[in-house]
Ligand binder design. Structure first.
Ligand SMILES: Cc1cc2nc3c(=O)[nH]c(=O)nc-3n(C[C@H](O)[C@H](O)[C@H](O)COP(=O)(O)OP(=O)(O)OC[C@H]3O[C@@H](n4cnc5c(N)ncnc54)[C@H](O)[C@@H]3O)c2cc1C
Length: 323
């Protein structure tokens, strides 16, 4: 039995009967043959920073360990290929050191490069999909390596086609970057600021993230637990209760609301059921403060969703994955 309690950000007790690591595609092909993965009897994990682990995994647990960075083109239109097992924030440091620009606003997000496209990680006015040119995957059903280009990934807000295509294991990600630093200051916390270098912007973002998000050691968490709801402008205008909430235009006919503000407006910031609940520091972050498991988390999730729906007729969507 393999203990995975220290490999998930919520620090949930979790074990797997079979846990296998692969460093490259050859090793993955070998594992696939030996364990008959085409039956779908597996689950891939990264750092477990966006996942709710079960007490015991029924399936084989696989983890990408490769951390290579290959520079394919280092002039003007920079192109790099990065193995799935590299820590996301190590990639941020590597790019900054090499003067490869474009990913600065995503500094400080935990997790691996391989998981980043799955939910199209985003922060501070930026989504990773903006810099992904293609993705190398091992297709477990067809037992072959494939390249999926940006358009095929069907990226949208915290979503991609990988969420519904679990037979594709991401082995590396190709990033298109720029040789010119052009700070993206579109997000409200960055407006009216100026940064003389990418490093200065990265440092600033890492600092505000540390202040805003509860410390993961004292308050194990997965970052935002719910997506910010995007609703039609017509429904928004018809519902007078929503007018007191902050809204941003998401498209000509849609508005984006803040899930954190919605939760806080209903007095749910700091609520607890057994060993978990919504953080008293940041209403959008679910924290585990005692012994709890996936069922306790589902209870908090269901309670918050019901209270929000009853008040605002909005269906909150959960961001992390139950594995
Ligand atoms: C404190 C904190 C702050 C956060 N802030 C942000 C933020 O600002 N923005 C944001 O978008 N997210 C944020 N997150 C969520 C999380 O960091 C990201 O979603 C991250 O990409 C998850 O990486 P991981 O390696 O931990 O993935 P895991 O949680 O291990 O896996 C996530 C999903 O990806 C799948 N997966 C993992 N690796 C592969 C692979 N190689 N091939 C195919 N599927 C794979 C898993 O099966 C699972 O479904 C935050 C989390 C925490 C704890």
């Amino acid at each position: 039995m393999y203990d995975l309690s220290h490999q998930n950000s919520l620090k949930l007790q979790s074990t797997a009967e079979t846990y296998l690591e692969f460093s490259n595609t050859d090793e993955l092909v070998e594992i696939s043959k030996n364990y008959g993965l085409e039956q779908g009897n597996f689950c891939v994990i990264g750092e477990g920073t966006n996942s709710i682990f079960p007490i015991s995994f029924k399936n084989i647990v696989l983890k990408a360990m490769g951390k290579d960075i290959k520079i394919i083109n280092s002039h003007e239109n920079i192109l790099i290929e990065v193995s799935a097992g590299l820590e996301w924030d190590d990639l941020i440091d590597f790019c900054c050191e090499k003067n490869f620009y474009g990913l600065e606003n995503l500094a400080g997000i935990p997790g691996t490069v391989g998981a980043a496209p799955v939910q199209n990680i985003g922060a501070y006015g930026k989504e990773v999909s903006e810099n992904i040119s293609k993705i190398e995957v091992f297709d477990i059903k067809q037992k072959t390596l494939k390249y999926i280009d940006n358009e095929e990934c069907k990226f949208s807000y915290r979503d991609s086609f990988f969420k519904k295509n679990k037979h594709l294991i991401i082995t590396s990600v190709f990033f298109s970057l720029s040789s010119i630093f052009n700070a993206n200051l579109s997000y409200r916390d960055l407006q009216n600021k100026s940064f003389s270098s990418a490093q200065a912007l990265i440092n600033f973002i890492r600092k505000i993230r540390l202040k805003k998000i509860p410390d993961r050691i004292s308050y194990p968490n997965l970052g935002s637990f719910f997506k910010n709801p995007i609703i039609g402008k017509k429904s928004f205008n018809k519902n007078p209760k929503l007018s007191k909430l902050t809204s941003l235009s998401a498209s000509p006919d849609k508005v984006k609301l803040s899930a954190g503000e919605i939760i806080e407006s209903l007095g749910l910031k700091g609520m607890r059921i057994n060993g978990c609940g919504m953080s008293a520091q940041h209403a959008l972050v679910l924290v585990c403060t005692g012994f709890c498991n996936a069922n306790d988390i589902r209870r908090v999730e269901k309670t918050v969703k019901e209270i929000v729906f009853n008040e605002y007729q909005i269906n909150l969507e959960t961001e992390p994955f139950y594995l």
